[in-house]
Design a protein around this ligand. Sequence first.
Ligand code: NAX
Length: 328
Amino acid sequence: MRTPVNVTVTGAAGQIGYALLFRIASGAMLGPDTPVRLKLLEIPQGVKAAEGTAMELDDCAFPLLAGIDIDDDATRAFDGTNVALLVGARPRGPGMERADLLEANGGIFGPQGTAINDGAADDVRVLVVGNPANTNALIASSHAPDVPDDRFTAMTRLDHNRALSQVAHKAGVPVSEVRRLTIWGNHSATQYPDLFHADVAGSPGGTLTADTAWLTDDFIPTVAKRGAAIIDARGASSAASAANAAIDHVHDWVHGTPAGDWTSAGLVSHGEYGVPEGLVCSYPVTSSDGAWHVVEDLELDAFSRERIDASVAELVAERDTVRSLGLV
Ligand code: NAX
């Protein structure tokens, strides 16, 4: 049997963790031939619940699950890790300003970045799910100077998948017929789901954009505010769909994206599409040879440019806040 891949999951006792761990252990993320060792990181109050989840994982008798470690210490949890899913984060509490939220999360993602820098495997890949995901990824990356910044990513795959489904419903086609959608910018209400370059069952996605009322009043806000709609309906935030998106993201990072298609991921900008360098921004991306690549040279009209710029401006403001707090 191959050497197990070490997968660290933070916030393992949370609701996304509960939906995620079983799928990782089943092979859905890294494939049916790759054994995994799970390394669960929780805060001390979460350790007992994580132990319960580990008991259930045991009870599944997954052939690919080579072992489970549970820890409340980041240094140990990231030691030797190959894939790190940073899910645990500090939620916004009552009366908390954005700067307070960023500062609280800086206290989590800074030390986790340091632990990854010091102990993770050379091939480590990091996906930040915990919100504010883009800026948390920026903080973690900036605490890991020895890890190439292209190993730090933020999750916008859930937004991407939500957009795929909305377009499939609108066009009356299977979701597999919708390709080359993009989520640009921040994983927040300012994100811009772009279907001007999409392929919808062989037709340009741009034909759907002719219905401007649907585009601006329905599609874009439905995708951007879907998280709030789920909370309204379910009484709890997206969990299984978020876990599924994390599985999709890492799966494609490792195994590649299909020819002729792309997906969306938050990557450290190297100035693509005029996004300031260093921001973690969602882009159209392909994956090959185990690395993400930004799809370049897409033409952006004024409608798209304005929305991308607004979301990037929010990322700049978040970066400036964490910079002023000394977190990056
Ligand atoms: P839960 O509150 O159910 O679970 C979070 C878990 O993280 C808890 O068990 C908590 O004890 C643990 N935790 C907190 N601080 C930690 C630390 N320093 N180290 C290790 N564990 C820690 O939240 P859940 O619904 O699972 O959501 C987790 C995060 O995902 C939240 O920040 C949420 O906002 C974010 N989301 C991100 C999405 C995305 O698309 N990027 C979508 C879904 C989700 O909203």
